[in-house]
Design a binder for this molecule. Structure first.
Ligand code: ATP
Ligand code: MG
Length: 570
């Protein structure tokens, strides 16, 4: 493509309201333009990259046995009423009426539509399993659209849905989708992890978010230094280190601690490390009081607590509730001589504490030399705390580190959450009516594009990986008015095309500086400059990522470029 013909409006200034790199650069390099908050046009360069992301997604989904189809973005409200989400989805769902006053929604996701299609068309176990996907525009009226394409109100998603008669079949498809996602994000050149996520009410370990490790990520993940273990901070299990101190058990003592209440104040006052203080927190779990104990240097993870107690709701007790159940104030409660009516549940590390400190259930007093199982009993011990950096990885390989992540994909076993209310059933081998099981698998296609831009740039502009670059080679006639340079450039343009490279040819009558600045900004992997030494048959080649540059005789250019391309692949 000749650049003189290309619609590629670049900007010199950083747009005022764009606060992350990918957003700034995609605007400046003429890949996208904003229409309204969270709503964008893809200009030709942006569309080319989007197309490449879509094709990678398509190839891997097809390879994994999913079939592409297309559903309407405009969806009848009745379907959403059947699943119940018309009422529960909230203002993110964009709703509208047609001329007959019938309610519609713009598709935020397509579980309802696909379930209605499959329910109507599939009646027998013989037609299962079925895995269907589409790549399509989604609409979500996000509360805070931001970071450009990363959180849009109109965006491109690949969404797949699978239908099964047997659990093993769902398990198998789930694994196949996870593998396909890994292949997709690897091909996009992203540093990502498949992260175990909270499944909320549905439960189970069958919910993974694919996260790109990034400074601007909105989610915090814990992953292993030496393996592919990764989990949402809320979900990451803690491995117990059973290292008990060899100290002799000393006699329980009540000490005056006056106004010291927090772990920090108490450990300062008594000159012990926070890891020697038992943090005691009274929770109300579905109306029942539970005294929760963790080490002073640890934090209670309420999601784990809720799961372990199988409670619908857990909440810290108010001052009044604490008084009512333990006859004490917040900062002075503890498990020693506490009310028998209050269940005590301790983090698994607590029984290993020796000569510890805890509140005495009396304002202004704490116990020292507290020894679990001697001075108090726990009803239950469990993994109740958040992981911290340096904890052992649960798979025994490496230690935990934290990172922020951008969610680019999500795989989830839905079970019968939609098929049950929407009555998607089939006849099994025995002619018995059964409800189908489902899985759903999403990828933010436009978000993936932005994540790639976010992770691949420098102060001059974007740096595209080979797999997604809008063009392969940037050919620049340094001075297009110079006949010799123009002639050689034209010749090379044809040569690149013949060699199978998609070449962007800057034939514009612009100053060299302008051309180079634009070239750095749009970030094609290889640049070829035809300048002063054209008369000697020598051109300059520059690699965008490394900044290396070479003077190459025209006769060797073809093989030189192929070789550099192959080097960049690895
Ligand atoms: P988030 O927590 O980021 O809001 P989500 O849990 O709502 O994501 P899903 O409903 O699982 O996302 O959608 C599937 C995929 O669609 C996500 O993994 C993400 O990559 C993408 N996605 C979701 N919301 C947006 C958005 N507003 N803009 C761009 N991509 C999005
Ligand atoms: Mg969301």
């Amino acid at each position: 493509m000749r650049q003189s013909q290309l619609f590629m409006p670049t900007l010199r200034e950083v747009p005022a309201d764009a606060d992350v790199k990918s957003h700034q650069l995609l605007l400046r390099a003429g890949f996208i333009r904003q229409n309204a908050a969270g709503i964008y046009s893809f200009l030709p360069l942006g569309k080319k990259v989007l197309h490449k992301v879509e094709n990678i997604v398509r190839e891997e989904m097809n390879r994994a046995g999913s079939q592409e189809m297309m559903m309407p973005a405009l969806q009848l409200a009745e379907l959403w009423q059947e699943s119940g989400r018309w009422y529960s989805y909230g203002p993110e769902l964009m709703r509208l009426k047609d001329r007959h006053e019938r309610d519609f929604a713009l598709g935020a996701t397509h579980e309802e539509v696909i379930t209605s299609i499959v329910r109507d068309e599939v009646k027998s176990y013989k037609k299962l399993p079925l895995n269907l996907y589409q790549i399509q525009t989604k609409f979500r009226d996000e509360k805070r659209p931001r970071f450009g394409l990363l959180r849009g109100r109109e965006f491109i998603m690949k969404d797949a849905y699978s239908f099964h008669d047997k659990q093993e079949s769902l398990d198998e498809t789930y694994e196949a989708m996870k593998d396909a996602y890994s292949a997709i994000f690897s091909r996009c050149g992203l540093n990502f992890r498949a992260v175990l996520a909270d499944s909320g009410a549905i439960g189970g370990k069958d919910n993974h978010e694919f996260m790109v490790l990034s400074e601007i990520g909105e989610d915090l993940i814990a992953y292993s230094t030496d393996s592919d273990f990764a989990a949402n901070i809320e979900m990451a299990p803690v491995v117990l280190r059973e290292d008990r101190s060899s100290e002799n058990l000393m006699e329980l003592k009540k000490v005056e601690t006056k106004h010291a209440k927090t772990i920090e104040e108490v450990s300062d006052l008594l000159q012990v490390s926070p890891s020697k203080v038992i943090k005691s927190l009274l929770y109300i779990a579905d109306e029942q009081p539970v005294l929760v104990l963790v080490r002073g240097d640890h934090e209670v993870n309420e999601i784990k607590l809720k799961n372990i107690l199988s409670a619908k709701e857990v909440e810290l007790a108010t001052a009044e509730e604490t008084k009512e159940w333990l006859n004490a104030e917040h900062g002075s409660i503890g498990p020693v001589h506490s009310s028998k009516e209050v269940k005590v549940i301790a983090d698994q590390a607590v029984p290993y504490m020796v000569n510890a400190v805890c509140g005495a259930n009396e304002t202004g007093y704490h116990y020292t030399n507290v020894n679990p199982n001697r001075d108090f009993e726990c009803n239950e011990t469990a993994d109740l705390r958040f992981v911290v950096e340096g904890d052992l990885s649960p798979d025994g390989k490496g230690t935990i580190v934290f990172a922020k992540g951008i969610e680019v994909g999500h795989v989830f076993k839905l079970g019968k959450v939609y098929s049950e209310p929407m009555k998607a059933s089939y006849l099994d081998e025995n002619g018995k009516n059964q409800i189908m099981s489902m899985g759903c698998y999403g990828i933010g296609v436009s978000r993936t594009l932005a994540a790639v831009a976010e992770e691949n740039n420098d102060e001059k502009g974007l740096i595209w990986p080979l797999s997604l670059t809008p063009f392969d080679v940037h050919l620049i006639a340094v001075n297009s008015k110079n006949a010799e340079q123009a002639a050689l450039s034209d010749e090379l343009y044809t040569q690149f095309k013949n060699d199978g490279f998609d070449c962007l040819y800057d034939d514009r009558p612009e100053r060299a500086g302008v051309k180079f600045t634009d070239s750095d900004l749009i970030g094609l992997p290889i640049r070829v400059m035809v300048g002063k030494r054209a008369s000697e048959g020598i051109v300059e080649v520059k690699i965008r990522k490394s900044g290396e540059s070479f003077e190459v005789p025209v006769s060797e250019l073809s093989s030189f470029i192929k070789n550099e391309w192959d080097k960049l692949k690895n």
